[in-house]
Design a protein around this ligand. Structure first.
Ligand SMILES: NC(=O)C1=CN([C@@H]2O[C@H](COP(=O)(O)OP(=O)(O)OC[C@H]3O[C@@H](n4cnc5c(N)ncnc54)[C@H](OP(=O)(O)O)[C@@H]3O)[C@@H](O)[C@H]2O)C=CC1
Ligand SMILES: O=C(O)C1=N[C@H](C(=O)O)C[C@H](O)C1
Length: 266
C-alpha cells in the first residue's frame, strides 16, 4: 500500500531531508509540497532541489483540494505550521508535525479538531529517538532528583526559544516532580535573563551558535551529586526514523498525540 505525502517547508533544513527520505522510501509517494514561494513550479525547477516533478503550492486549500493525501509532514515555521495543520485536519489529511513554537493553546485547539474530525495527528517536539529517550530518562530522574535545569543548544538560524524539546522535557519532568522553586529564595538577577526562562521553577537556558545542530543537557543536582542526561543531534538524518515511525502510527489514529514517547512506549 502506498502512502501519499505532502511536505510543508520542502526547501528548509528539515524539509529537504524529509523530501530525500520520502522519495527514497518505496512505499511513500511525495504528491505535493507547500511553500510560501514558487507557486505553480515543481521541485525540479528550484535550484538545489532534487529533480522531481512534484508541484508546489502557496495556496494550501488548493493543495489539499487537489491532493487528498494520507499525510502532511509539517516542517515550516510556527504560525504557518499551525494554520497548515489545522487545515489538514479539516481535510482529513493526517499531520505529522515537527515544527516547534506552537503555544499550549494552539496544541489544545488542534487536539480538539483532531477529536472532532476523528483524524490522527502527531506533534513531535523531537523526532530523534535518542532525544525521546533523553526526555523519558529525565522524567524518571526527576522523581528522585527534583532540582533540575535544562540547557538547550541550537544553530543560530532557529527562530523559536526555548526549543520545543526543552518545553516538552519540562512538561514531562512536571509529571513526576512536585512543584518546586529552585535556587536561593532571595536570588536576584543583576543582569536580566541570567537565570533563563522558567516553567514551574524549572530553569531553561537557550544557546544559539553557528556550528551547533540540536543538543540538550538536563542537569539534576542533589546533595553531593550531579546527574547529566544529554543528547546531541549531529545531523538532521537523526530525525528521519522518528518521522517514519510517526507516519506508520498516525495512519491508524483518530486523535492527536503530543510527543513521540506516546507511540514508542505504549
Ligand atoms: N521535531 C523535530 O524533530 C525537529 C523539528 N524542527 C523544527 O522544524 C521547523 C523547521 O526547521 P528547519 O528546517 O531547521 O528550518 P528552516 O528555516 O531551514 O526551514 C523552514 C522552511 O519553511 C519555509 N517557510 C517559511 N514560511 C513558510 C510558509 N508559510 N509555508 C511553507 N513554508 C514556509 C522557509 O522558507 P524561507 O527560508 O524562504 O523563509 C524554509 O524553507 C522548525 O520549527 C524547527 O524547530 C527541526 C528539526 C527537528
Ligand atoms: O530547530 C531545530 O533545529 C530543532 N527544533 C526542534 C525543537 O525546537 O526542539 C527539535 C530539534 O531540537 C531541532
Amino acid at each position: 500500500m502506498t502512502t501519499s505525502i505532502i511536505i510543508a517547508g520542502p526547501r528548509g533544513k528539515m524539509g529537504s531531508e524529509a523530501v530525500k527520505m520520502v522519495t527514497e522510501e518505496k512505499s511513500y509517494e511525495l504528491v505535493a509540497c507547500i511553500d510560501h514561494k514558487h507557486d505553480g513550479m515543481t521541485l525540479a525547477e528550484i535550484p538545489g532541489m532534487p529533480n522531481l516533478d512534484v508541484p508546489i503550492y502557496t495556496d494550501v486549500k488548493a493543495c489539499f483540494q487537489q491532493h487528498k493525501a494520507d499525510i502532511l509532514i509539517e516542517l515550516s515555521v510556527p504560525d504557518a505550521g499551525f494554520a497548515h495543520t489545522e487545515l489538514a485536519l479539516n481535510y482529513g489529511i493526517r499531520p505529522v508535525v515537527g515544527t516547534s513554537g506552537f503555544s499550549k493553546e494552539q496544541i489544545d485547539r488542534l487536539a480538539h479538531i483532531a477529536k472532532e474530525t476523528k483524524t490522527g495527528c502527531i506533534i513531535a517536539p523531537n523526532f530523534a529517538i535518542g532525544a525521546v529517550l533523553m526526555m523519558q530518562f529525565a522524567k524518571m530522574a526527576a522523581a528522585y532528583l527534583p532540582d533540575v535545569e535544562i540547557i538547550e543548544k541550537h544553530h543560530d538560524q532557529k527562530v523559536d526559544a526555548p526549543s520545543g524539546t526543552a518545553v516538552k522535557t519540562a512538561d514531562m519532568i512536571k509529571e513526576t516532580r512536585k512543584s518546586k522553586q529552585q535556587g536561593h529564595p532571595d536570588e536576584v538577577e543583576t543582569m536580566s535573563g541570567a537565570r533563563g526562562a522558567q516553567d514551574d521553577g524549572i530553569h531553561i537556558h537557550s544557546v544559539r551558535l553557528p556550528g551547533l545542530v540540536a543538543h540538550q543537557e538536563v542537569i539534576f543536582g542533589g546533595p553531593g551529586q550531579i546527574l547529566t542526561i544529554s543528547h546531541d543531534s549531529l545531523d538532521r538524518a537523526s530525525f528521519m526514523s522518528g518521522v517514519k515511525l510517526a507516519i506508520e502510527h498516525v495512519r491508524n489514529m483518530t486523535e492527536l498525540v503530543y510527543g513521540l514517547e506516546k507511540i514508542m512506549m505504549q
